[in-house]
Design a protein around this ligand. Structure first.
Ligand code: AHR
Length: 508
């Protein structure tokens, strides 16, 4: 490992603080899909199940991630979901077919159960309303159920169901991927813009404290990207706060170097979406406010290693979109987190997709244990040490040809400043398969510095993965001797195909 050495430079300055990072960058997504809810967070017969049927061991793994906000109940699922079927006495709730994922929704977990579970794991709920088969009236009814003091029909219904106090959910999604050809109730840009505007206006009248997210395009690659955003923003600008961005970085199964460069596409997607928001703001000069991004679905999809069990259509809790994530996937995943942090001046919410079992960091064995995928760890450490202020920087680094992504720097990094503890945190990925990189980091204005710790994830086999049988195959570990403090700053040795967390104590 690492017989060739390359050099790269990084310049950080104490005064280059760009913005405070919104804690909601470390949010997640739970959808009624596959084994995410049923046979995932909810398994009433499991030995650790609480009195409501939720697994305690899953809650522990979720709590450790310190997630501030969880988007629910979909995803594609929401586009034909009737929320009323999921409230009230459980024995009266109708099982329904949900066509999005050809599964039966038992309605055992509904709005009240999910709020209770989220509270238990320390998170708030980011609600999504159905703008596929339904519209403003049903969205307003759900908002009344969740957020308004009792005294009217739906708020009284909540109180009668045992929840006197409103939930006061702040962030609401106006549908999901409404441009997607697979979406139930797919809409044209004009059609969606009109219904999103009406829904947003009505919801705001009922609750002035909302932050509303309009649907952006389902992907950067779809032909209507851009046109969709412009129409939606023009129609809804005054009523919304954010527009959504969704992206899953995919591996073609053969070209690892290309896959390693894929998060440069995340940078481009975010930059382009910000430009579109600002173009509409600039063109239509009556708008003073800035629209930010809600990156409310993101992750990696190594599709050649995906497990789906479509032999059980119309059952509940069967295997859909499950992956065994490798060390390689963890590296790409970590570069995506870096992209989100780098753009945290405009990305205010980001939801890791999904939280349990479905393309997830946390896996469960029915009746058995929880185990953690490789991707769990970069998220865990980003959530723990990636809150604070973004440090702007300059860098010089050799590049390599990453197929369709063009020339991509070997080193991907981000730097976070913690004013309270005077700590600099660096998240660094080396994309090179062979070269160790010596990263000369100039630290100005921070006073004397010392190394707190250096944690890495690396493995001789970049395709190694964790599993229920071997859950600790790939895990982060502490290393010493790879960071040297100098008069100018620090010299960090970054091994090939490694993820690194370097924590530096500053004086000033
Ligand atoms: O996360 C799985 C699906 O991916 C979501 O339901 C949908 O919004 C996206 O296309």
């Amino acid at each position: 490992m690492g017989c060739i050495m390359l050099n790269a430079n990084l310049i950080l300055h104490r005064s280059f603080i760009k913005n405070k990072i919104d804690d909601r960058l470390y949010s997640a997504f739970v959808e009624h899909m596959g084994r995410c809810v049923y046979n995932g967070i909810y398994e009433p017969n499991h030995p650790t199940a609480d009195e409501n049927g939720f697994r305690e061991d899953v809650k522990d793994a979720v709590r450790a991630l310190n997630i501030p906000l969880i988007r629910w109940p979909g995803g594609n699922f929401v586009s034909s979901y009737r929320w009323e079927d999921g409230v009230g006495p459980k024995d009266k709730r109708p099982p329904m077919r949900n066509a999005a994922w050809t599964q039966t929704e038992s309605n055992a977990v509904g709005t009240d159960e999910f709020h209770a579970w989220s509270k238990d794991v320390g998170a708030e709920v980011m609600m999504a309303v159905n703008l596929g088969t339904r519209g403003p009236e049903e969205a307003a009814a759900l908002l009344e159920y969740c957020n308004l003091e009792k005294g009217t029909y739906y708020s009284n219904m909540r109180a009668e169901n045992g929840h006197e106090e409103p939930y006061h959910d702040k962030v609401w999604c106006l549908g999901n991927e409404m441009d997607g050809p697979w979406q139930i109730g797919q809409r044209t840009p004009d059609d969606y813009a009109a219904i999103a505007r009406k829904t947003a206006a009505l919801m705001r009248k009922l609750d002035k404290n909302l932050q509303l997210v309009a649907c952006g395009s389902c992907s950067f690659g779809i032909s209507t990207y851009g046109e969709w955003e412009m129409k939606v923003l023009k129609a809804c600008y005054e009523w919304i706060d954010m527009i959504s961005v969704h992206q899953y970085l995919q591996h073609n199964g053969t070209n690892d170097p290309e896959y390693l460069g894929a998060a440069t596409h995340t940078d481009r997607f975010i930059d382009t979406s910000i430009s579109i928001c600002d173009a509409i703001k600039g063109i239509d000069k009556k708008f003073n406010k800035t629209i930010n991004l809600s990156f409310d679905e993101w992750g990696v999809w190594p599709r050649h290693r995906m497990f789906d069990d479509f032999d059980h259509p119309w059952e509940s809790g069967f295997v859909q979109h499950e992956y065994a994530f490798s060390m390689l996937d963890a590296l790409v995943f970590a570069t995506m987190i870096n992209s989100l942090i780098r753009h945290s001046d405009r990305v205010k919410v980001a939801c890791l997709t999904q939280l349990v079992n479905v393309c997830s960091p946390i896996m469960t064995v029915p009746g058995g244990p929880v185990w953690l995928q490789t991707i769990y760890y970069p998220f865990y450490y980003a959530s723990k040490y990636g809150r604070g202020e973004l440090l702007e920087s300059r860098s010089e680094c050799p590049c390599y040809p990453a197929g369709k992504y063009g020339n991509v720097p070997y080193i991907d990094y981000t730097a976070v400043w913690h004013e309270d503890t005077k700590e600099i945190t660096l998240f660094i990925v080396n994309r090179s398969q062979e070269e160790e990189i010596e990263l000369k980091t100039s630290l100005t204005g921070f006073g004397g510095c010392s190394v707190i710790e250096h944690i890495v994830m690396e493995d001789e086999d970049v395709h190694a993965e964790n599993s229920a049988e071997n859950p600790d195959r790939v895990k982060p570990f502490n290393v010493e001797g790879r960071v040297t403090i100098t008069d100018e700053g620090a010299v960090i040795k970054v091994r090939p195909l490694s993820w690194n967390l370097v924590r530096i104590q500053a004086e000033a």
